[in-house]
Design a protein around this ligand. Structure first.
Ligand SMILES: NCc1[nH]cc(CCC(=O)O)c1CC(=O)O
Length: 311
């Protein structure tokens, strides 16, 4: 039996797909796994902030089309790049053990977020990171930064920024861990929905492939966390154009959820935090939905109207 993985060509995407290939081949010596490289729109547009492109599925669409045409069988994604709604016929079939979900601060060994000089230039294009930075350090000059992880670190080293913020997960997977000067705590910098989790997407009804992939990589607590966080995202429907974050920490039948929605400057900032009992995927979905509804009622709805226009 052979399983073909559709993957982007970036170093991080290839690392992630290779990792899934290894897990499958280790557990199922009779299964051959092949990587098929596919370029997505997000790989082509490298200089525009994602919030301005505004497309859902920027990093996933071409791979999904290949899956639906039967050219590849599964796709390995950074789950945070996967929109909350998938095309008909496709579904998330497994969730990897979560790598560090937090954001990392990099400054060539010079600073922490607290010791950065007044007015220093910090690189990030993420509205979620910008809004939270505005609250922690309103004096900072926040400058757009796109490109893959290696490119962003190169731009920091060239001196274009005093510091940059990246997902710790990507930095660690690519072996840049020593460049991290500070890991930002989840209370101060609420992570992105699904940050650090790999989502494996497949075709509905491909039961044998689903069984193999789940057995090789699925992690129950990641599945619960991802379900809470993605239910939040689906309910808010803010995508990349609204500053928002949601992080569900799973321990012993409970989830500790932290979430926020804010305007672009962090001026109107709504945060929710709570601990919920969760014993099933259905309950996890309900918790994420409820947290989102609370934030929408608290003021999130006005922010969506302002940023997305009347719907
Ligand atoms: N937005 C791009 C992206 N998609 C996934 C990761 C990191 C890995 C992960 O979160 O699993 C990154 C880089 C970053 O935000 O620094």
């Amino acid at each position: 039996m052979k399983i073909r993985i559709g993957t982007r060509k970036s170093k991080l995407a290839l690392w992630q797909s290779e990792w899934v290939k290894e897990q499958i081949e280790k557990k199922f010596p009779g299964v051959e796994v092949e990587l098929v490289k596919i370029t997505t729109k997000g790989d082509k547009i490298l200089d525009v902030p994602l919030a301005k492109i505004g497309d859902k599925g920027l990093f996933t669409k071409e791979i999904e089309e290949a899956m639906l045409r039967g050219e590849v069988d599964i796709a390995v994604h950074s789950l945070k790049d996967v929109p909350s709604k998938l095309p008909d016929g496709l579904t998330l079939i497994a969730f990897s053990k979560r790598e560090d979900p937090r954001d990392a601060f990099l400054s060539c060994g010079k600073y922490t977020l607290e010791t950065l000089p007044q007015g220093a230039t910090v690189g990030t294009s993420s509205l979620r990171r910008k809004a939270q930075l505005k609250i922690l350090r309103p004096d900072l000059n926040i400058k757009d930064l796109r490109g893959n992880v290696d490119t962003r670190i190169r731009k920091l080293k060239e001196g274009q920024y005093d510091a940059i913020i990246l997902a710790a997960a990507g930095v660690k997977r690519l072996g840049w861990e020593n460049e991290i000067d500070q890991i930002l705590p989840v209370d101060k910098m609420i992570p992105s929905v699904s940050q650090g989790i790999l989502g494996i997407e497949g075709r509905e009804g491909d039961d044998e492939i689903i069984r193999i992939v789940r057995k090789a990589v699925n992690c129950k607590s990641s599945e619960i966390a991802a379900t809470v966080e993605r239910a939040f995202l689906r309910t808010v429907e803010g995508g990349c154009q609204v500053p928002l974050g949601c992080y569900a920490e799973v321990k012993e039948g409970k989830v500790h959820v932290r979430a926020f929605i804010s305007d672009l400057n962090g001026e109107f900032f709504y945060k929710e935090e709570g601990v919920f009992r969760v014993n099933s995927i259905e309950e996890a979905d309900r918790v994420g939905t409820e947290v989102a509804e609370r934030l929408l009622s608290a003021g999130g709805r006005e922010i969506l109207k302002e940023l997305l226009g009347e719907k």
